[in-house]
Design a protein around this ligand. Structure first.
Ligand code: NAD
Length: 248
């Protein structure tokens, strides 16, 4: 088992069709005790119960620093340590550049970018005390292409910001044996894009993916587990593309 006795925190992990929940499930299968953090409306306790015994769900809003700190304290109170953080919470909005309002910009950047800052700040004291840890941030191919298939320019900016924030953390905390890496998923079948791919665009999208299919949440989860595990113990500041070859 790749994550035996590790304690993993996953933000935005409650949606059972999402990347976060797929990662939570795979981490549980690999021996980790998993804390799923998500908004109350997403019911993280129910999601954690689906993983079986020994896991926990915590209501947390990643845009709220105090909420992240309270969640990290709850995880430490239960398990006594935090080994892994997956910064997965994110929201998207298709939009044209000139149509983006200040409120749109704040909402999209708040969850992906500020959320990555606050959740990471909340777990880093535990990792520093342990002198070990692995953080995996979920960015997006939108950050690399400068435009999403479904996300707007503000989403691209938020996810590009995540890459920079992660590399800065990787540089600052490498000496404390804390690794920070990113995955950049391409188009993955989850609730975030369900029903949003117009039928007349689907074939064109598939033509741009050498592996000729839309990704599954488990395709991303496997790469997150790898980066969080000791198999990747000499990797930090890495960006792992999980997009079926979309950027070739
Ligand atoms: P999803 O909507 O199923 O998951 C997002 C989760 O984030 C939800 O459970 C939601 O409740 C949670 N969330 C939203 N705001 C939050 C907040 N303020 N605090 C805590 N949790 C919050 O979608 P998904 O596709 O599984 O997305 C997971 C991550 O992967 C996101 O960061 C997304 O941007 C990224 N991503 C997805 C794709 C894709 O094609 N599905 C591609 C690239 C990147």
């Amino acid at each position: 088992m790749l994550l035996k006795d590790k304690v993993a925190v996953i933000t935005g992990g409650a949606g059972i069709n999402g990347l976060g929940f797929a990662t939570a499930r795979m981490m549980g299968e690999q021996g980790a005790r998993v804390a799923i953090l998500d908004l109350a409306a997403a019911d993280p306790q129910a999601a954690a119960a689906r993983l079986g015994e020994g896991h926990m769900g915590v209501v947390a809003n990643v845009t709220d620093k105090a909420s992240c700190e309270a969640a990290a304290a709850a995880v430490q109170a239960r398990y006594g340590r935090i080994d892994i953080l997956v910064n997965n919470a994110g929201v998207t909005q298709p939009a044209k550049f000139l149509d983006i309002t200040g409120a749109d910009y704040d909402r999209i950047l708040d969850v992906s970018l500020r959320g990555t800052l606050y959740a990471s700040q909340a777990v880093l004291p535990a990792m520093l005390a342990q002198q070990s840890g692995a953080i995996v941030c979920i960015s997006s191919v939108s950050a690399q292409r400068g435009g999403g298939i479904l996300g707007g320019p503000h989403y691209s900016a938020a996810k590009a910001g995540v890459l920079g924030l992660a590399r800065a953390m990787a540089r600052e905390y490498g000496g404390s044996n804390i690794r920070v890496n990113c995955v950049t998923p391409g188009l993955i079948a989850t609730d975030i894009n369900k029903g949003k791919i117009p039928d007349d665009k689907r074939q064109g999208i598939l033509d741009g993916i050498p592996l000729a299919r839309i990704g599954e949440p488990a395709d991303v989860a496997g790469c997150v587990v790898f980066l969080a595990s000791d198999l990747a113990k000499y990797c930090t500041g890495v960006t792992l593309d999980v997009n079926g070859g979309m950027l070739i």
